[in-house]
Ligand binder design. Structure first.
Ligand SMILES: C[S@@+](CC[C@H](N)C(=O)[O-])C[C@H]1O[C@@H](n2cnc3c(N)ncnc32)[C@H](O)[C@@H]1O
Length: 243
């Protein structure tokens, strides 16, 4: 692994291929870090101690992946797994890839399956590819293509859509899905949810539901209360199952 996680007063993901790494507590000797085993302690030149660990998918997405303005968060990604029961060998078609956050999340958990993600914008497709490479995924393919022109794959377990005009892609998605497969549409606006549901209801889909993930973190201490800052609402996820 090209990266190490340093855990202490703060967390840092360190790229071992670089020459230098500065924290707000002083510089880390990268030669020492490269030789350090997981679980060992390492000190900055100012004496601040960190434990060496392996970064998780979430650490890498948070700290190293390039991020375009809108992504599907891991919490919404987890909702997709929870509602559909996708397995580690599932095959998923995704669009648009954007910076690849959702497709990377799904490819990581469906590690024996594969994810094929369509992205119309060349620059975004390149960023998604770079992010997939950084995470070290081999089962994610980014196609620089307009998904509205058709889905090449057939008999897939799921189609996830996070894009403008997603409702125009419901029929394509239906044709690409196997029976029992899931269509999942992420919508930032409730108006899009309505358009999507209208289309879905005209087709042989079942188990249609729309959900919103609301998260509230708490500060716990002498004075305990919900945190006032943070993203509570992200978007809506509409699920539908082909029969
Ligand atoms: C909000 S972003 C997707 C973010 C992504 N789900 C993530 O988690 O990083 C929407 C993307 O859809 C792409 N897009 C829009 N229409 C498309 C189409 N017809 N085919 C493929 N990609 C499309 C846009 O270029 C944009 O990058």
């Amino acid at each position: 692994m090209k990266f190490r996680l340093l855990l202490g007063k703060r967390k840092y993901v360190v790229d071992l291929s670089k020459d230098k790494f500065n924290t707000q507590f002083g510089e880390i000797d990268l030669k020492k870090l490269k030789k350090a085993k997981i679980g060992e302690k390492i000190k900055t030149h100012k004496g601040e101690e960190f434990t060496v660990a392996e970064p998780s998918l979430i650490d890498l997405l948070e700290k190293k992946a390039k991020r375009l303005p809108q992504i599907i968060t891991p919490q919404d990604g987890a909702m997709i797994l929870a509602y559909t029961g996708l397995a580690n060998d599932s095959v998923i078609v995704d669009a648009g890839a954007g910076s690849g956050f959702l497709s990377i999340f799904l490819a990581h958990y469906c590690c024996k399956g594969k994810v094929i993600s369509y992205e119309i914008n060349q620059k975004s497709a390149k960023i998604a590819e770079e992010n997939a490479k950084l995470i070290g995924l081999k089962n994610l393919t980014i196609k620089n293509k307009d998904i509205l022109h058709g889905i090449d794959e057939k008999n897939v377990d799921a189609v996830t859509l996070d894009m403008k005009d997603a409702e125009k892609n419901v029929e394509n998605a239906y044709n690409a899905l196997k029976r029992g497969g899931w269509l999942i549409i992420y919508s930032p606006y409730i108006e899009q949810v309505k358009h999507v549901i209208e289309k879905i209801e005209k087709m042989p889909f079942t188990e249609v539901r729309t959900v919103e993930f609301i998260k509230r973190e708490w500060q716990v201490g002498e004075y305990t209360r919900p945190k006032t800052l943070g993203l509570m609402h992200t978007g809506w996820l509409t699920f539908a199952r082909k029969f």
